[in-house]
Design a binder for this molecule. Structure first.
Ligand SMILES: [Zn+2]
Length: 215
């Protein structure tokens, strides 16, 4: 109780001190936390590299932006854990999650991994895996170009293979995988990843993003 007076619990998204009965999020953030549905339709139109089963985008970026930035760039692991927990509960409520065999986080380039110290998608994927009981697969694909493909379009890899390459596709063969990433912006990264994944034998794909920051 004293601890709570000294360190009042704050809203994960906006930082406001929580009222009693509020958990993780304050009421206004709770209300506006979800994405709007038209976003899914827009991405459906843009994600063209291979057909997928389900696409889910969880949180409204305007609401959760600070929490994601705190986690991703300020190493606020508490924020990451909370976001992961909320996301897992959301995905668990989806009927189609029962069909998923494995969770595959979008790989990070090793240079970025060194700089940031962790792969945010893998961190979240680990929470999802633990909570849903679906195994995490991290060694099927590697990222060999450290940039967003749309930023450096003269990159020589763009015309050849894209920014990802196969490492061990047998790990996802004959499986329905859920690809997870924290934020989807353009569809370039995910289309590049699918370019490699569609070479795997008999792999079905679903996609889940914690949030979207569509330009
Ligand atoms: Zn709030």
């Amino acid at each position: 109780m004293l601890l709570e007076l000294l360190f009042p619990r704050r809203c994960l998204f906006c930082g406001r001190v929580l009222a009693s009965g509020e958990k993780d999020l304050c009421l206004p953030c709770m209300v506006g936390q979800r994405y709007n549905n038209s976003l899914i339709e827009k991405y459906d139109y843009l994600i063209t590299e291979m057909p997928y089963e389900h696409l889910d985008i969880f949180l409204n970026y305007n609401k959760c932006k600070e929490a994601i930035i705190n986690f991703k760039y300020r190493q606020n692991i508490y924020s990451g854990r909370k976001l992961g927990g909320m996301w897992a509960r959301h995905l668990e409520s989806m009927e189609w999650m029962k069909d998923i065999d494995a969770i595959v986080p979008v790989p990070l380039h090793w240079r970025k991994l060194l700089k940031r110290g962790f792969n945010q998608s893998e961190y979240l994927g680990r929470i999802l895996s633990k909570q849903t009981g679906k195994p995490l697969v991290t060694n099927a694909i590697r990222r060999h170009v450290n940039n967003n493909p749309q930023v450096e379009s003269d990159n020589r890899w763009d015309n050849v293979e894209g920014i990802f390459s196969a490492k061990d596709l047998s790990l996802i063969a004959n499986k329905h995988i859920l690809i997870v990433d924290d934020v989807i912006t353009t569809s370039a990264t995910i289309n590049n990843l699918l370019k490699v994944i569609k070479k795997a034998k008999n792999t079905k794909v679903s996609l889940a993003f914690l949030s979207s920051n569509m330009p």
